[in-house]
Design a protein around this ligand. Structure first.
Ligand code: BV8
Ligand code: ZN
Length: 276
């Protein structure tokens, strides 16, 4: 089925879009056996984790997330960047997965029981997909929960931070140093200007190429090269569905743009998929 409706024409209210297209979208969800999902910061927004576009607060109010997520920023002000990551780690630990994360687990289980599969690749460095019970194929931008030496790469085992994620820390703390070489310890995330983990990137590309439905949820589609991965679905005319309250850099390549929150639209999609 070649879906002709492009999102430029489909930017109407999400539930209306979903209701108007219930037959099309619901049968896509119901018939799909190999679903590839790419998530971004937006899927964790309803859990209370700020997205990358949101304005920073407290110690970091003068910086954008993009300013801080770089090796230059860490070299210039290791304590400020290190504390940002430890504070974010604390905040993630204080929040819970939301209905959007849970819906993907249910869809993943529904398909696995029927010989199909749903794969999740995320740009997020949080572990909310895993804590909801999902198997995650790839963390394209790493994890905020593991750490390594910025110089020699030795893994560092650290105690959990004890910040209150709902308040800004009073002052920054220096990062610990490597036991082997004395250089600073850094978070195991991919900073701007750094390469993505190739295995994670290639595995995600393979599942999108091989999917019969691609869902892009909660991403602005700005950060490359992750944001280009959904375009691989165009090679085989695989249907693309976006779940986002706003128009994104990817909207015009989508077959359907479901305008609303992942916490409400993903459960609606999954109930359509599971309907007999
Ligand atoms: C690299 C980890 C090169 C750190 C992150 C073209 C090709 C390749 C690179 C580039 C390129 N053009 C530019 C670049 C450079 C750069 C880049 O993309 N810049 C952008 C700003 C243009 N890319 C890189 O530097 C990448 N590396 O290219 O290396 C190289 C090559 C060879 C050898 C050496 C080097 C590395 C990029 C990774 C950066 N690290 N994260 C950390 O987390 O601190 S990226 C970070 O920002 C997040 O992980 C996330 O992925 C990204 C933000 O994107 P989103 O997830 O989409 O979040 P965002 O806030 O933007 O949007 C939220 C969305 O949610 C919105 O649309 C909103 O409407 C929606 N939403 C809100 N509420 C809800 C919702 N949706 C649903 N439900 C809701 N309730
Ligand atoms: Zn070291």
């Amino acid at each position: 089925m070649t879906l002709t409706l492009r999102c430029a024409a489909a930017t109407v209210e999400s539930m209306q879009v979903l209701q108007e297209m219930t037959d099309d979208v619901a049968s896509l969800a119901r018939d799909a056996q190999k679903v590839a999902v790419l998530t971004g910061a937006g899927i964790s927004a309803e859990s209370g984790v700020p997205t990358f576009r949101e304005v920073q607060t407290g110690l970091w109010e003068r910086f954008s997330a993009q300013d801080l997520a770089t090796t230059d920023a860490f070299s210039a002000n290791p304590a400020l960047v290190w504390t940002w990551y430890r504070w974010r780690q604390s905040l993630i630990r204080q929040v819970e997965p939301n209905p959007g994360h849970i819906a993907l687990v249910e869809w993943q289980r529904h398909l696995a029981e029927r010989g199909g599969r749903l794969t999740i690749a995320t740009q997020n460095v949080d572990d909310l997909h895993e804590r909801a019970g999902a198997r995650v194929l790839a963390h394209l931008h790493g994890s905020i929960f593991t750490h390594r030496c910025a110089e020699c790469g030795t893994a560092a085992q650290l105690p959990d931070p004890t910040y209150n994620g709902f308040e800004s820390p009073p002052e920054p703390e220096e990062p610990p140093v490597c036991q082997d070489c004395g250089a600073h310890i850094r978070p195991d995330v991919v900073w701007f200007g750094e390469m993505l983990p190739m295995e994670a990137f290639e595995a995600t590309a393979a599942t999108i190429r091989n999917a019969d439905l691609v869902i892009v949820a909660g991403t602005s589609g700005i950060v490359q090269p992750a944001a280009s991965l959904p375009l691989l679905a165009l090679e085989r005319g695989t249907p693309l569905i976006e779940v986002n309250p706003e128009l994104t850099e990817l909207s015009e390549t989508m077959d359907y743009c479901l305008r609303g929150s992942s916490g409400s639209l993903l459960p609606a999609l999954v109930s359509a998929a599971a309907a007999q």
